[in-house]
Design a protein around this ligand. Structure first.
Ligand code: PBG
Length: 323
C-alpha cells in the first residue's frame, strides 16, 4: 500500500490514537533496581560518578527499599562492598557477610520485595577479579565450588533469585547443583549469560571498588565484536539450568538482545549498566539532553526484546510511570 491510500500520520493525530496503537509498553513491573550496600550505620554515601545512587548501610538501605517498593517496583539486585577484601573473597560467602546481613534484614523488614543477589567474587577479592587466581590467571574450575557456596549462603539468608555475573564456564551448573543439594530447588537463577568485556562498567567499579588490580576481564567476559557467540553462551546457560538469561550492557547491544530473544523462548533480562546511566545523567545535568531520553532508551531496550530491565533509573522512572 502506498500514498495517498496509506497515510501513517492518520494514527499519529493525537495522544489517544498514538497510545491506542503503541507496540511497546514499558511498565514498572519490567524494572529491577540495582542497589549498593556497605558496612556501618546511618550511611548514605553518594557515588560521585552515578548521581542519585549511594552506598547504603543496611539501615539506610531498608528505608530506600521501602520507598522503591512504594513506587511499585517488584525487585532489587544487591551489590556488596565488604569491610575487608582478601585473596579468596571470603566475605562473599560468609554467614555474616555484608550481603547476607543485608538480605536477612530486608527479608525481616520488607519481606515481599524480590531480592536478587550477585554471585561473583570481584567485589570481595583484593585483586578484583571474578575468580580464584592461580599462576596469574583466573582459574575457572577452582572458582566453581565457591560460586556454589556464595549462592547457597545468599539463599540461606533469604535471597529470592541468584544472579551469577562472573562469566565462569560451568558456573550456572555449579550453582544449580549446590542449590539443589542444599534443598533450594525452587530458587531461580538469572544468569549473566552474554556479558561483554565493556568499558561501560566504569562507574560501577568505582561504586563497588571492584576494578581488577592487574590485567582486565577479557579472558572471561565476551568480546564486544561477537553476536553469534552470545547465542551459544545463552544456550549453554539454559542447558545448565538458567531460568532467566541476560544480555549486558544493553544500549550498545540492542542487536544482541534482539537476536537472543529470537533464538530462545525464555525470559530475557537486559542490564542498562552504570556507564549507560552516567552518560545520560551527565548530558541531562549539562542541559545537553532532555530527561525524556531516559524513557526512550528503556523503551528501546524493551522493544529490542528484553522482558526485564536492570536499571539505575528504575526508581525515578517508576514515579513517572505511576502517573
Ligand atoms: C560484577 C558485576 C559488574 C557489573 C555487575 N556485576 C562489574 C564488572 O563485571 O566489572 C557491572 C554493572 C554496571 O556497570 O552497572 N561481576
Amino acid at each position: 500500500m502506498r500514498f495517498p491510500d496509506y497515510r501513517p500520520r492518520r494514527l499519529r493525530y493525537n495522544e489517544s490514537l498514538r497510545t491506542l496503537i503503541r507496540e511497546t509498553q514499558l511498565s514498572i513491573s519490567d524494572l529491577i533496581q540495582p542497589l549498593f550496600v556497605r558496612p556501618g550505620r546511618g550511611i548514605r554515601e553518594p557515588i560521585l560518578s552515578m548521581p542519585g545512587n549511594y552506598r547504603f548501610s543496611v539501615d539506610e538501605l531498608i528505608k530506600e527499599i521501602k520507598e522503591i517498593k512504594d513506587r511499585g517496583i517488584l525487585a532489587i539486585i544487591l551489590f556488596g562492598i565488604p569491610e575487608k577484601k582478601d585473596r579468596l573473597g571470603t566475605d562473599a560467602y560468609a554467614k555474616d557477610g555484608i550481603i547476607q546481613r543485608a538480605v536477612r534484614e530486608i527479608k525481616e523488614k520488607v519481606p515481599d520485595i524480590i531480592v536478587i543477589t550477585d554471585v561473583c567474587l570481584c567485589e570481595y577479592t583484593d585483586h578484583g577479579h571474578c575468580g580464584i587466581i592461580k599462576g596469574g590467571e583466573v582459574d575457572n574450575d577452582a572458582t566453581l565450588p565457591i560460586l556454589g557456596e556464595i549462592a547457597v549462603s545468599q539463599v540461606q539468608a533469604g535471597a529470592d533469585i541468584v544472579a551469577p555475573s562472573g562469566m565462569m564456564d560451568g558456573g550456572v551448573m555449579a550453582i544449580r547443583k549446590a542449590l539443589d543439594a542444599a534443598g533450594f530447588i525452587h530458587i531461580p537463577i538469572m544468569a549473566y549469560s552474554a556479558k561483554y568485556a565493556s568499558a561501560f562498567y566504569g562507574p560501577f567499579r568505582d561504586a563497588a571498588e571492584s576494578a581488577p588490580m592487574f590485567g582486565d576481564r577479557r579472558g572471561y567476559q565476551m568480546d564486544p565484536a561477537n553476536a553469534e557467540e552470545a547465542i551459544r553462551e545463552v544456550e549453554l546457560d539454559l542447558a545448565e539450568g538458567a531460568d532467566i538469561v541476560m544480555v549486558k550492557p544493553a544500549l550498545p547491544y540492542l542487536d544482541v538482545i534482539y537476536r537472543v530473544k529470537k533464538a530462545i523462548n525464555r525470559p530475557l533480562a537486559a542490564y542498562n549498566v552504570s556507564g549507560e546511566f552516567s552518560m545520560i545523567k551527565a548530558a541531562i545535568e549539562r542541559g545537553w539532553l532532555d530527561e525524556k531520553v531516559i524513557l526512550e532508551v528503556l523503551t528501546a531496550i524493551k522493544r529490542a526484546g528484553a522482558d526485564l530491565i536492570l536499571t539505575y533509573f528504575a526508581k525515578e522512572v517508576a514515579a513517572w510511570l505511576n502517573r
